[in-house]
Design a protein. Structure first.
Length: 262
């Protein structure tokens, strides 16, 4: 170690988010709900967003009961004005958003040739356009405030593996999320804004349960005969938003329990 090199503790690991303001989309259920709870437990002040106001209030109450800070805000990510309003509200309540978790997403759940134009537009607006708009809005505010930040985009193993299970458009948008992650990481690295993505496999969630209702339970066909639980993504999320992953940007992390062929 040279004299100019910083002295790092051993091990150099931290999940302390006490000085961070985190906004989570799709926080009303499933992975997004767990992400909001986890970030709050790590000390972040959380803006929990989604379209179901009653569910958001429940999340906020649970976080506050555990001693954390949370502000619910109804947000439709397909509405660019809503995205700016959510960030305005976050700044007025807690300060500049320094952690964004782009989790909101919807499936298409139909064969590609049967999709209406309205459904195509809605899936793209929710899964790709909205996350892009929100990420760029957060980045602009971080640059203006001269603050570093962390953006985590929720992708899917469907971006890499498609078996014809009536999710062609969903898979397409998630592949685009991966590339968005890589390109925005390059654009914003000079500003101290890290952009990464998590690609879950089959995890217990409303989307997964909806698939089971359509095609039946396929757990027995998975290598370990199980689906993931939202809590099993805690460590990946906290790694990407924590202060000690400062050199990690433009990375797409697969968390799928070996469910999909490499």
């Amino acid at each position: 170690m040279t004299e100019s090199a910083p002295a790092y503790p051993l091990p150099y690991v931290s999940t302390d988010l006490r000085d961070q303001v985190a906004l989570v989309t799709g926080a009303t259920a499933g992975l997004g709900r767990r992400f909001a709870l986890t970030l709050a437990a790590a000390g972040a002040r959380v803006i929990a967003t989604g379209r179901r106001a009653d569910r958001l209030q429940e999340v906020a109450e649970e976080i506050r009961a555990a001693g954390g800070e949370c502000e619910p805000f109804r947000l439709d990510v397909t509405n660019a004005d809503d995205c700016e309003a959510a960030l305005d509200h976050a700044e007025a309540t807690f300060g500049t958003v320094t952690v964004l978790v782009n989790n909101a997403g919807i499936p298409d759940a139909q064969r590609a040739h049967k999709l209406s134009v309205e459904m195509i537009d809605n899936v793209i607006a929710t899964n790709l356009r909205g996350p892009f708009i929100l990420a760029t809005a957060v980045a602009r505010r971080l640059m203006k405030a001269r603050l570093p930040g962390r953006i985590v985009n929720l992708s899917s193993m469907a971006a890499f593996n498609y078996t014809g299970n009536a999710a062609a458009l969903y898979s397409t948008t998630k592949a685009a999320i991966n590339r968005m992650t890589e390109t925005l990481a390059v654009e914003w690295v000079r500003h101290g804004i890290n952009v990464n993505a998590i690609c879950p496999g089959s995890f217990d969630s409303e989307m997964h349960q909806g698939m089971v209702e359509r095609v039946g339970d396929f757990t027995h066909r998975l290598p370990r005969k199980r689906v993931g639980q939202p809590a099993q993504l805690d460590s990946t999320l906290l790694y990407l938003v924590g202060p000690t992953s400062e050199l990690v940007t433009g990375t797409v992390i697969k968390v799928d329990d070996g469910q999909f062929p490499r």
